[in-house]
Unconditional design. Structure first.
Length: 240
């Protein structure tokens, strides 16, 4: 069954062929969509921003254009350059994942966005205008709209993890006792070696809310705010 692109039908047969006009159109669509996604990432101070997304998308579109031309001209059984581009974009995306001093993974969403943007660029290069548009809208929604929903769901979850800084390691037992009295079960405590020599005792603490009252009336933010008022707690925040 042959796929017929609705947008290509509206534009005309020239948009389905490899012509100068269709090449420029596909590259323009790819770059503009990638720039919008890149701006969204850059506005949130992520490492991979405007230019990175534009370059990955443009390279993917160009690779697919070359493959389409080679397949139509030399009857190749499968695409070659675009397959290599997928691997390369995945490597670039993986390289942007970092680990902070708080044992948190940084850049995972941006890395997935880079890879997805490369795939969308390939669909633009193949002339799948409708798929490209739908993919772009879906990607933009995932990056800009769903974080608020994700934060709400996480804040209502019974499980969460905090970055904890105590003024002394001797206070860890007191902190554990306080958590248990509040109705929190400790699942794991891990010392953070990145803060050795700082004078602070720093831990990553995973916990579960057992108290029915806490489950019903308190969010993670409110629990952490209350724990932050303890005199021997230097700093505490939820880990993403």
């Amino acid at each position: 069954m042959q796929y017929v692109d609705p947008i290509a039908i509206l534009l005309g047969t020239w948009s389905e062929e490899i012509t100068l006009g269709s090449v420029l159109l596909r590259l323009a669509i790819s770059i503009v969509f990638a720039a919008i996604v890149g701006c969204e990432r850059a506005s949130k101070r992520h490492a991979a921003g405007l230019r990175t997304f534009m370059l990955v998308s443009m390279a993917s579109t160009t690779a697919m254009l070359i493959d389409v031309f080679l397949i139509e001209t030399f009857s190749l059984p499968f695409p070659l350059i675009s397959a290599a581009t997928v691997v390369s974009s995945a490597q670039i995306a993986g390289s942007s994942i970092l680990f902070s001093s708080k044992n948190q993974i940084k850049g995972l969403t941006t890395s997935a966005g880079l890879w997805a943007c490369g795939i969308i660029g390939m669909s633009a290069g193949a002339g799948f205008y409708t798929i490209t548009l739908v993919g772009f809208i879906a990607l933009l929604c995932c990056l800009s709209l769903f974080p608020s929903i994700e934060r709400y769901l996480k804040n209502r979850s019974n499980h969460f993890e905090v970055h904890l800084e105590l003024v002394s390691k001797d206070k860890l037992q007191d902190f554990v006792t306080t958590l248990r009295r509040l109705g929190l079960r400790i699942d794991d405590i891990e010392a953070n070696p990145a803060y050795l020599g700082s004078g602070l005792s720093v831990y990553s603490v995973s916990m579960t809310i057992n108290s029915p009252e806490l489950k019903k009336y308190k969010t993670h933010s409110e629990i952490i705010q209350a724990l932050g008022t303890i005199d021997y707690v230097y700093y505490i925040e939820e880990m993403n």
